[in-house]
Design a protein. Structure first.
Length: 287
């Protein structure tokens, strides 16, 4: 982006057909205003947005429906709510790269509700006549085995990994904190909705999604305080995941696919131009 047309870097004034010749202080103020407008323009895009996030793409549904999402190792993982098939997905194209079949699930007696990565393994939560938390070992597709299993009380509708523990929204209940080594509930915080079906951690706060609307809440993992809320164009949230590196939020929409939203960042060219503007402001104030 070129500097404003009324800016001449060879002199210490800005030329304007309406303002005439400005002194150094006035031109510095004008440049600061221009810099603010410039930064604002770098965050405006043509796609849909909510809060600080910009929707960058929608990935096709990898299976029948989505019961949970997890992100690790540069890939997105989803679990089908109906038959517990797990898919490894390219987060840029939505291409399914591998699939695993989790045996022993017969809906509605046990239905997958959440998927999360704890830094070592994937974990799966289920609800129904049996409520379980299982650590998974993905073998050569389609083979998958369980390396740990804990019974859960209540229907836990998704999983987030927060500072060494799991946090899970209970159906018509609070958000529970669960010890991964035992499956025992060790704490709870208030939930912004009785039907939170998606939960993830952005490195600082929880992001919770309603299962029957496009509403998202950003909440404190310590006490459940609502820090922010956003309305997306999605119809529901059936599983959330977060990539801490790219600041990308993945929102599972049940059978409607996966919405990908990202925190926009100014490009290096934008930062260079902004730095040039601020350098000129400094020169004007010193003159």
């Amino acid at each position: 982006m070129a500097p404003p047309s009324d800016f001449d870097s060879s002199i210490h004034t800005c030329r304007s057909p309406h303002l005439g010749s400005l002194n150094n202080y006035q031109s510095a103020v004008l440049l600061l205003f221009s810099a603010a407008l410039f930064v604002s323009s770098q965050h405006s895009t043509t796609g849909a947005s909510f809060g600080p996030y910009q929707v960058v793409r929608t990935l096709p549904n990898p299976g029948l429906d989505i019961g949970g999402l997890a992100y690790y190792g540069g890939y997105l993982y989803s679990v089908e709510q109906t038959y517990a098939n797990i898919h490894q997905i390219d987060p840029l194209t939505g291409q399914v790269l591998a699939s695993w079949s989790v045996s022993g699930f017969y809906p509605p007696s046990e239905v997958p509700t959440g998927l999360v990565y704890d830094g070592v393994s994937l974990w799966l939560s289920t609800r129904g006549q049996e409520n379980n938390l299982r650590r998974l070992s993905l073998g050569i597709p389609p083979n998958v085995s369980f390396t740990a299993q804990h019974g859960l009380s209540g229907w836990q509708m998704d999983l987030a990994y927060v500072n060494g523990n799991f946090m899970s929204p209970e159906y018509f209940g609070p958000i529970r904190t669960i010890d991964p080594s035992t499956g025992v509930i060790i704490g709870s915080i208030s939930s912004p909705s009785e039907t939170i079906f998606g939960l993830t951690f952005d490195g600082t706060a929880l992001i919770a999604g309603d299962g029957f609307s496009g509403t998202l809440w950003r909440i404190s993992p310590q006490d459940g305080t609502v820090l922010d809320s956003w309305q997306t164009e999605g119809s529901n949230s059936r599983g959330l995941a977060y990539d801490l590196t790219s600041k990308a939020l993945f929102i599972g929409g049940g059978s409607s696919g996966i919405m990908v939203a990202q925190l926009p960042e100014p490009g290096t060219v934008a930062l260079t131009i902004l730095g040039f503007m601020l350098f000129q402001v400094r020169n004007r104030l010193k003159a």
